[in-house]
Design a protein around this ligand. Sequence first.
Ligand SMILES: [Mn+2]
Length: 303
Amino acid sequence: MKDRFRTVWVSDLHLGSHGCRAEVLSRWLKRIECDHLYLVGDIIDMWRLRSRWYWPAEHNRVVRRLLKLAHRGTEIVYIPGNHDDAARQFAGMDFGGIRIELTAMHETADGRSLLVTHGDQYDLVIRHSPMLSRIGGMGYEGLLRANRLWNRGRAAFGLPYHSLSRSIKLKVKQACTFISRFEENVAREAQRAGFDGVVCGHIHKADARRLAEDAGGESDPGNEDRSPSQGVEYFNCGDWVESCTALVEHDCGRLEVIEAIEWLDGRESDDLASELDELEAWPEIPMPLPLPVPRSFREVRLG
Ligand SMILES: [Mn+2]
């Protein structure tokens, strides 16, 4: 049984990198069908591929599943992100039923207009310092590892623990304010452009919520026609490196974040149960010959 959605958005697959959870992704793609599918950037990690080629069979399987969906009538739009920015030069072109666009406008079943964009344009770190952001891509884990190594080294020389954690904490705090600023930025830009909401990726943090009207700060005098209570909807489809999340639209127009691992757990165990039911429904086949039966089995049969 496949689950049907009106629309599916996925982003930050990072195919071509070791981090990509391609196996979960292809299992999930196998079990869905949808009218529209948006690939919201960082689909292929060209930064990684440029330094070292990595493309296991599982990553091909994902591509094949996508092409199969396109073949079966799903309209697929691919919006490149910063890790696959080389694909941006092909905007407006179509590859095997997958259309490349810089951004897209999606209208939900109940008539809301959503801007679909990867979102790196609204990320000030990436815009002003791509090198720094690449180093930052090592992430929090790398920082913690560095801290451990640093202190192991210090301990070896009899030096007291000197915490990098101060700077780490600062970095994490900066990351948090960075994330909330990113969310604000991208949502406000969409609102200013006249959309009811935005769907983006980039920060690997799935979300579906409404941001209240801008509280003071950057009020936009040119935007007085909007009612102040309306706010703007912010959706993020997360990633397939850690969380394995997707954003879906149901036929009624309701949007929801799906956690694929949990989702698959339910579906696959249901399937297994129904397969077992089928097996049990088979007529009992009498043993053709008096074969030696193990004792334990005999006991079960007699009992
Ligand atoms: Mn990105």
